[in-house]
Design a protein around this ligand. Structure first.
Ligand code: G3H
Ligand code: 13P
Ligand code: ZN
Length: 332
């Protein structure tokens, strides 16, 4: 059993309370490799932004859980080396799908876990979430739960349509589970294809797809029922057109990729939404930069020469999100 406190990590409790009061959101960036982690830490240290490092089940399978844990531990030291005196870094399990996985992360030094039982019937979601909360809270590890279903893929679980969170359920759910934060469904979705072209309109000037707006009325109703309770938005990549264009220009094929407009995330950040999950945008930045090097320098075969530019572009992306979208700069 390793406590996250020994690793220099923090849980989300205080971070979320401050974010709600201050009208900003904490970035939750997924990482699977060293370059992503370096970029996240550099961006957070330079902007003095609290940050949540997210590890999915897929990331654990890809990179090895032991390695990822030590990387997160190393990230705290790296942040200090960069001049961030008191790094506010959370190590969080993203989309935990069983009690055993969540327990293993708690035992392994994670400071926060998500139990995503949103695809289960309501009472089963409550029972599993409560079981995880009861275990995690013994070690002061915070727990994110989910109510409502996002469209798209959530690890192995996929749904063609989203089911918005029902505001009338949130008080009962939060009270009976004791969860620390709640991921809700208000129209965001995972991946780079968040909406089909049929769900969008087209901007007559640019011909680009314009997605349907988030259901802010549902968010408002939830906040009214649960005043001051930390709300989480998954599937919040904005799928920057510049990266999509770059990927397509250099031999990729991402037709009609579409994300959540940043103004809407900015608006959400000012509310009780205090954690915003971003993964796909970083994948797009990485891929765009690598494709550019491959196309322009076909003789290049030193991975540092294409992973380096990818890392730089991701750092720029993370800083942009922190400063211009979530408003978490200077809050740690
Ligand atoms: O919500 C899912 C995250 O983007 C993680 O994706 O399961 O492919 O690692 P992954
Ligand atoms: P995106 O696919 O929109 O980046 O969402 C990531 C996410 O929700 C991770 O849990
Ligand atoms: Zn997610």
């Amino acid at each position: 059993m390793v406590s996250y406190k020994e690793l220099g990590l923090v849980n989300t409790r205080e971070m979320f309370a401050k974010a709600i009061k201050g009208g900003y959101a904490i970035p939750a960036f997924n990482f699977n490799n060293m370059e992503q982690l370096q970029a996240i830490i550099k961006a957070s240290a330079e902007t003095k932004s609290p940050v949540i490092l997210q590890v999915s089940k897929g990331a654990r399978n890809y990179a090895n859980q032991t390695l990822l844990r030590y990387m997160a531990q190393g990230a705290v030291e790296y942040a200090k080396e960069l001049g961030w005196e008191k790094p506010q870094i959370v190590l969080h399990l993203d989309h935990g799908d069983s009690f055993e996985l969540c327990k293993s992360c708690v035992d392994f030094g994670f400071s926060s876990v998500m139990i995503d039982a949103s695809h289960l019937p309501y009472e089963e979601n409550i029972a599993l979430t409560k079981k995880v909360v009861d275990y995690a809270h013994q070690y002061d590890v915070t727990v994110e739960a989910e109510l409502g279903v996002l469209a798209g893929v959530e690890d192995e679980v996929s749904s063609a349509v989203s089911h918005y969170t029902k505001p009338e359920e949130v008080v009962d759910f939060a009270t009976r589970t004791g969860c620390d934060s709640l991921a809700i469904s208000i129209g965001t979705s995972h991946g780079a294809y968040k909406f089909t072209p049929e769900q969008c309109t087209r901007d007559p000037k640019t011909g680009k797809l314009v997605p349907p707006p988030l259901a802010f009325d549902v968010l408002d109703a939830i906040m009214e029922k649960l005043p001051g309770f930390p709300i989480v938005l998954h599937g919040s990549s904005s799928v920057p057109q510049e990266y999509v264009d770059m990927i397509n220009q250099y031999g990729g094929k991402l037709p009609d990729a579409v994300g959540i407009p940043e103004e809407q995330l900015r608006k959400a950040s000012e509310s009780a939404v205090c954690k915003i999950n971003i993964d796909s945008d970083s994948r797009l930045a990485f891929t765009a930069a690598v494709r550019k090097v491959f196309a322009e320098k076909p003789g290049e075969f030193d991975p540092r020469k294409y992973c380096g530019p990818a890392r730089d572009l991701m750092e720029e992306l993370y800083k942009h999100k922190i400063i211009n979208v979530l408003g978490s700069n200077g809050k740690a």
